[in-house]
Ligand binder design. Structure first.
Ligand code: C5P
Length: 241
């Protein structure tokens, strides 16, 4: 697959199954990944994953699993059996749960094991919220600590903001996927995202896969918007050498 396409993940956020399937059919040819989150999955379940696979899309199932290791292992096996190409768990579940997620993914896979990512500190949690949870570590430090834990447990990567990418890369080395939301091309509205980063900059800064929703899915011509983003990713890849 072309490297720019492999670096693009379009978030199909919504509850309307017809809309999601239309977007999937339109965007599968230009997007390496299509993200199905809690909203779409709680509405339509595994059938939606099958429908997206049927139009050639690779699904990133963003359910952020977090439970006792045995439950996560079984849920991870089900994710793999469903045919998702990538899914995620919370790093804060700890090493036994993280390892169980990777093992479960291997057990359920029909072919290649899906990639397993860790969510570190949600961007909605700031220092005050962590203090509320009796976590007395600055968010930036916690992100790197949890990324290292995920790496050491055999996960394939993390979901992290573009601002955290360099520190994570230093600790986890090359080959560890950094998947980044909060991306906005200069020509798109910020919507409710704060501290946005442009696609080319995020790629040049060390992110491997960019998660982009509304700038593409809510554009008048989603395929054309994806094409513009791919050009910016291409430029970023050029900048990384
Ligand atoms: O439409 P937009 O580009 O803002 O969509 C971004 C996607 O990435 C959404 O599915 C959102 O839930 C997800 N996300 C995020 N920020 C995080 C983690 C996930 O925007 N920190």
């Amino acid at each position: 697959m072309d490297p720019a396409r492999r670096a693009l993940c379009v978030a199909l956020d919504g509850s309307d199954r017809r809309w999601i399937e239309e977007m999937a059919a339109m965007l599968a040819p230009c997007s390496g990944w299509l993200k199905v989150g809690l909203e779409a999955f709680t509405a339509h379940g595994p059938e939606l994953v099958t429908a997206i696979n049927d139009v050639g899309g690779s699904v990133f199932l963003d359910l952020k699993l977090h439970d006792i290791p045995n439950t996560v292992r079984r849920a991870a096996a089900n994710c793999a059996a469903m045919g998702v190409a990538m899914f995620n768990v919370h790093a804060s579940g700890g090493s036994a749960m993280l390892q169980a997620a990777v093992e479960g993914a291997g057990e359920g896979a029909r072919g290649e094991r899906p990639k397993v990512l860790a969510v570190t500190v949600l961007t909605s949690l700031d220092g005050d919220t962590l203090a509320e949870l009796a976590i007395d570590v600055p968010p930036a430090e916690l992100v790197v600590h949890w990324a290292r834990l995920a790496h050491d447990c055999g996960l394939d990567g993390v979901v992290a903001s573009a601002r955290e990418a360099a520190a994570i890369r230093r600790v986890c080395g090359p080959g560890f996927l950094i998947v980044t939301p909060g991306i906005r091309p200069a020509w798109a509205s910020a919507d409710d995202q704060r501290r946005i980063v442009q696609p080319g900059r995020a790629i040049a800064g060390g992110s491997d896969i960019l998660v982009i929703g509304r700038p593409i899915t809510r554009a008048a011509d989603p395929a054309a918007a994806a094409g513009r983003v791919l050009e910016e990713i291409q430029a970023g890849l050029g900048a990384t050498g």
